[in-house]
Design a protein around this ligand. Structure first.
Ligand code: ATP
Length: 199
């Protein structure tokens, strides 16, 4: 599945609306230190739903919004869209092109969109589960990540294999089903209490 295009506005150093087209094959991004190369991979991670501030190299989610420069005022919103070529149908949507958009405001409100239709973060995670772009994926390998994987605990490393093997989705669904069972169990106990009080 090819990432065709990245569009960013107000994300970290991208104060202007910026569009990057990716062709087939290898794309290399070069530039001086601090020019924003890593901000591009941060933007990809972020739009895919990354929640970890450490991974995004920030301390609060607001840090992803353009904070201003000598000549420019800070912005109030950050938005990143990733346009995927889905002609191979890897994403479970009936479209040849799928756009994932994430937007965050300084108030902390977040919005997610799939093909310009508002959705939940969960919908994005569900759509990406088992495509290799999911939460624990190795799609974006940052500096020090290789060392981190080699020195990670076996349980942490197992998560990577589970994502690659395509079972993460089922584990997620199992967790949700168990939670619903637990809620239903609690409700049953409450109903039993009420009926015994009434008897
Ligand atoms: P290196 O080659 O040293 O790894 P790089 O090209 O990968 O550098 P990045 O780390 O992507 O650079 O970008 C860092 C730049 O992004 C810094 O100049 C920093 O001020 C700017 N930056 C990060 N967050 C924001 C923000 N919220 N608002 C404005 N600028 C930001």
């Amino acid at each position: 599945m090819l990432l065709r295009r990245l569009e960013a506005y107000g994300f970290k150093s991208f104060a202007e609306k910026t569009e990057l087209e990716f062709g087939r094959g290898i794309t290399a991004i070069v530039g001086p230190n601090g020019s924003g190369k890593s901000n591009i991979s941060d933007a990809i991670r972020w739009a895919l739903g990354e929640q970890s501030l450490r991974t995004l190299r920030g301390t609060k989610m607001e840090d992803v919004i353009f904070a201003g420069s000598v000549n420019r005022r800070p912005l109030g919103v950050a938005e990143v869209s990733l346009v995927f070529d889905n002609s191979d149908g890897r994403l479970p949507l009936d479209y040849n092109e799928v756009t994932i958009t994430r937007r965050v405001f300084r108030s902390g409100d977040s919005e997610y969109y799939i093909n310009k239709t508002a959705c939940r973060l969960k919908d994005i995670h569900d759509m990406l589960a088992d495509t290799g772009l999911g939460r624990e994926s190795m799609t974006v390998i940052g500096q020090n990540k290789v060392d981190e994987i080699l020195s990670s605990k076996p349980e942490e490393r197992r998560l990577l294999f589970e994502e690659a093997a395509g079972i993460t989705k089922y584990k997620q669904r199992k967790r949700e089903a168990l939670r619903k069972l637990e809620d239903t169990g609690q409700n049953l106990i409450r109903v039993q209490d009420i009926t015994s009080e009434l008897e």
